[in-house]
Design a binder for this molecule. Structure first.
Ligand code: PLP
Length: 404
């Protein structure tokens, strides 16, 4: 495909002066509305990625934009050197949504994961009684928890890891979904098990039924924190507020991000009970922007929207439809496997139709934006506000690309 002039000019300028740490599809977005984007040449696209679930509530969501605008006019940043009048409400209401006592707000997902790692280590030394410097955290293979040096230290993806050592020690990696391997890896020095309840970047991998309850039971027995990274799986995507809920599991620590900022500003948080998050004393952790007034105002609106349950219901209903339709495609053999839950699917395409990237480019040419993950897998995760007709139209484009 040959992008036309305006698009080409933008991409050339971008390539010239930005680090090439991404390989975006050749589309240059100018505006967004709901599930739709318009590019600099006026072409419209259905957004079936939703910023990796950061845009669960869609582009330009009226409630979120109004909340942000009102706060922009009041005050946007104080630093945590002072109190501000949105902070307490945000922490109280987020804690309530999670059924926990306390919130530690940060900005990006990776920062929240780092915060959870620090929380677990400090808890391990101060509460569990692990000898200084000995704390270990068990994680899963094919995880994605962010891009900082500590987090890539326990990645199993060579692309994410190579050339970024020396690596942070203290992590044990076990196969995802394998409870026996996890049981064997936990020692008296293990302070936490850190997992995605559904692995997003790995291709929307749902663990075997019973795995998460098994992790819950094991960690409780062994006095180990269960940290659920719900940054991508949480806040409505799977049809529940948290993906863990599908298995009736309540982790000790929730790590949240992405949709918590409503696609407007980066907002992340670690949420846990007082016996865990209470380990921090002034000066031991922080962030200049973490918990700022604008972030809290937007986050509060997100929490209010989730409390209504409407988005979770939409994700359930549209998700059933999405998975039924993808199941039909899988029956044709053109799609080799479909995984996921709610309005979230990892779709393995028969490699004879091209790589995930090639399929994504063909979908883009038909006005649908998705993102490939590994090999011939594409990920479908439209904003939860998408209309059923639009979702059907997007699926029509996938069927057309596959000649189905
Ligand atoms: C996106 C993501 C992160 C990292 O979030 P950033 O805001 O990109 O730092 C961490 N964990 C999971 C599960 C994610 O999907």
């Amino acid at each position: 495909m040959t992008p036309d002039r305006a698009t080409q000019d933008y991409i050339g300028a971008s390539d010239a002066h930005s680090a090439h740490n991404y390989h975006p599809l050749p589309v240059v977005v100018a505006t967004g509305d709901g599930a739709w984007l318009t590019d600099v040449d006026g072409r419209r696209y259905l957004d079936m990625l939703a910023g990796y679930s950061a845009l669960n509530f869609g582009h330009g969501n009226r409630r979120l934009v109004d909340a942000a605008r009102a706060q922009l006019e009041r005050v946007t940043l104080t630093s945590r050197a002072f109190h501000h009048d949105r902070f307490a409400d945000f922490c109280t209401q987020l804690a309530e949504l999670c059924g926990k006592d306390m919130v530690l707000p940060m900005n990006t997902g990776a920062e929240a994961v780092e915060t959870a790692v620090k929380t677990a280590r400090k808890w391990g030394y101060r509460v569990k009684g692990v000898s200084d410097g000995r704390a270990r955290i068990v994680v899963a293979s094919d995880n994605f928890h962010g891009r900082t040096t500590t987090i890539v230290s326990f990645s199993t993806d060579p692309e994410a890891r190579a050339d970024f050592g020396p690596y942070t020690p203290g992590f044990d990696i076990v196969p995802y979904g394998d409870l026996d391997a996890l049981r064997a890896a936990v020692t008296d020095e293990t302070v936490a098990v850190l997992l995605e309840p559904i692995q997003g970047e790995a291709g929307v991998l749902v663990p075997p039924a019973g795995y998460l309850p098994g992790v819950r039971e094991l960690t409780r027995e062994r006095g180990v924190l269960f940290i659920a990274d719900e940054i991508q799986s949480g806040l409505g995507r799977t049809g529940r507020t948290f993906a863990c809920e599908h298995e009736g599991v309540v982790p000790d620590v929730y790590v949240l991000g992405k949709a918590l900022g409503g696609g407007v500003v980066p907002v992340s948080a670690v949420v846990a009970d007082r016996d865990v998050l209470g380990v921090f004393r002034p000066g031991e952790h922080g962030s200049t922007f973490g918990g700022n007034p604008l972030a809290c105002a937007v986050g509060l609106e997100v929490i209010a929207m989730l409390r209504g349950g409407e988005y979770q219901r939409r994700a359930t209903e549209l998700g059933e439809h999405l998975h039924a339709e993808l199941g039909v495609l899988a029956g044709t053999g053109k799609v080799t496997q479909v995984r996921g839950r709610g309005l979230w699917a990892g779709v393995d395409i028969d490699p004879s139709y091209g790589t995930g990237r090639e399929i994504s480019e063909k979908l883009m040419a038909r006005g649908v934006l998705v993102k490939d993950t590994h090999g011939s897998t594409i990920r479908i995760a439209p904003p939860l506000v998408i209309g059923k007709e639009d979702l059907d139209w997007g699926l029509d484009q996938l069927r057309a690309v596959l000649g189905a």
